[in-house]
Structure formats: structure tokens, C-alpha cells
Design a protein around this ligand. Structure first.
Ligand SMILES: [Fe+2]
Length: 277
């Protein structure tokens, strides 16, 4: 992927209290009115972003943790490019298993959305990792991405760090989901375990909330901006919960708060097996 550049420098509105919002799994389609599992995904994302704009007008950074598009068409990415222009903050995104790196580059052309870039904001470093394996549901961290993570951490040893990726690096207790997590996750865990500066790993992919711990590190998943999956299932089961997003409030001393916000206005009834067009 060629878009990667140096670490993005984001000027925080209030460096003592930085707001980072994670959105994920928007599953957009080329057709702006298209539906996935019965849900009009572009409209659901629009409602989620509208809620963010209202509730967090001074946010500092948004990160989209993948499955931006369902159909990997450049036009699907353009929908994101257009929708986020109404927000006042820069956006970083990484691909999920449904995404296509070239279509992402072709569709995200406005400069508002940065692909696969880490960011400095306030006292913190936000690392965004690409775990996409083309034509696979599971993910993997390439040697290149692992080296980039290690280099980012080594270059910013004094900064507390949040690491974002699409695929879960731990089992979440849903049998069907746990077959498509991050392969070779131990390589990632070994790297971050050795660095007390890493305060959390956060991901998408699960379409449900997860909140765990590993030593001093939080392990967090966010709800999708479209349909939700029920936790603890052997097979896919749609959940009735509203779409949402995760908010991180980052303090200068390395502590942070996080919470999930649900957006009832973005809820549409999901149906298994619904046509995707
Ligand atoms: Fe997804």
C-alpha cells in the first residue's frame, strides 16, 4: 500500500483532554441506497456521524477500523469521503476483510481521510495497522506492518499509545467469529506486551462490544455503524441493538476513559439473508 506516509500530526483542541472516536464496519455499497442484511448502510453511517457531530463538536480524531465498504468499489469509499467532510476532525482509516486497498486509494481522494497512517495527537500516539489478507475473512499482520509498529513505538517512547486494527487479536467467545480473527496474533501481543506505553488494543470486525484486559492493557471492540451481531454465539446471529461508536478521552498522564455510544436514529431492522442490492 503506497499511501502510507510519516506519522500524521494532529493539533488537539485541548491537549489535556483529547477526544478520539472509533467508528467501524460501515459496509457501504456503490449504490447509495443499497442495503446489506436489510440495513441501508450509507444512511446508518450518516446518522451515526450526525450524532457524533452533535455530541462531540470538538473531537480531535476519528478512526475507521475497516470494512468501510461491503463491495470494495471506489464509489463506496467516496460515500465515506463525502460524509466525513461535515466533521471538523481528520479521519484515519484502515482496511477490513471486505475492503480492497486499491479501491480505497481510488475512492478516498479528498485528503480528509488518511489511509493507514499513525497519528500524534496531544501527548498520545495513535497507531493504525493494516491486517487485510485479500480474499480471506481472517487477518494477518505482515512483517512490514509489525516493523512499522515497532518503529512507531521506538520513535515515541515517551507517548502513551492506542493501537487500532480491524481483526481481533484475542478470542471474543463467539465460535464463528473466533475462526476469523488475527492469525499469528502472538507476534502482535509479544510486541505490545513488551511496551508498557501501549494502553489499549482496539478493533472492529466483531459488530459487537468487547471490553477485556491483558495486563495493564485494555482490549476493546466497538459496535458497527450498521447491523450488530449477538455476543457469545456459535453461529452468526443478528442483534437488535442500535449501531454506535466508541469514544476515547485521553489524558496527559497516560490514563484514558472509554465508552460506547449507541445511536437509535441509525437503527434499521436487519434480516439474515436479505438481498444486498
Ligand atoms: Fe464487518
Amino acid at each position: 500500500m503506497s499511501n502510507r506516509a510519516d506519522v500524521l500530526s494532529v493539533e488537539a483542541g485541548d491537549p489535556t483532554r483529547v477526544t478520539v472516536i472509533q467508528i467501524t464496519d460501515s459496509h457501504l455499497l456503490q449504490d447509495a441506497n443499497g442495503v446489506v442484511l436489510g440495513v441501508p448502510t450509507r444512511e446508518a453511517l450518516r446518522q451515526v456521524l450526525s450524532s457524533i457531530r452533535q455530541d462531540y463538536p470538538h473531537l480531535d480524531l476519528i478512526i475507521h477500523t475497516g470494512d468501510i465498504a461491503e463491495d470494495a468499489h471506489p464509489d463506496s469509499y467516496r460515500h465515506l469521503d463525502v460524509l466525513v467532510r461535515e466533521l471538523s476532525a481528520p479521519v484515519v482509516c484502515i482496511p477490513g476483510n471486505h475492503d480492497d486497498r486499491k479501491a480505497m486509494s481510488d475512492g478516498l481522494v479528498s485528503g480528509t481521510v488518511h489511509i493507514n497512517r499513525s497519528a500524534r495527537v496531544g501527548n498520545w500516539l495513535i497507531v493504525a495497522l493494516d491486517t487485510l489478507v485479500p480474499n480471506a475473512e481472517y487477518g494477518r499482520l505482515s512483517d512490514l506492518e509489525l516493523r512499522r509498529l515497532a518503529a512507531d513505538l521506538s520513535s515515541h517512547t515517551a507517548r502513551p499509545v492506542l493501537v487500532f486494527l480491524h481483526h481481533p487479536p484475542v478470542r471474543i467467545g463467539s465460535e464463528w467469529m473466533d475462526t476469523m480473527g488475527l492469525r499469528d496474533a502472538q507476534r502482535l501481543l509479544d510486541t505490545v506486551d513488551a511496551r508498557a506505553q501501549v494502553r489499549a488494543l482496539a478493533w472492529g470486525h466483531n459488530h459487537q462490544v468487547f471490553d477485556g484486559r491483558r495486563g495493564g492493557m485494555r482490549l476493546l471492540a466497538a459496535p458497527a455503524t450498521c447491523f450488530q451481531f449477538t455476543p457469545g454465539c456459535r453461529q452468526m446471529e443478528l442483534d437488535e441493538l442500535a449501531p454506535g461508536y466508541r469514544v476515547f478521552t485521553l489524558y496527559q498522564d497516560g490514563e484514558f476513559d472509554t465508552k460506547v455510544v449507541r445511536v437509535p436514529d441509525a437503527w434499521f431492522p436487519a434480516h439474515p439473508g436479505s438481498a444486498q442490492q
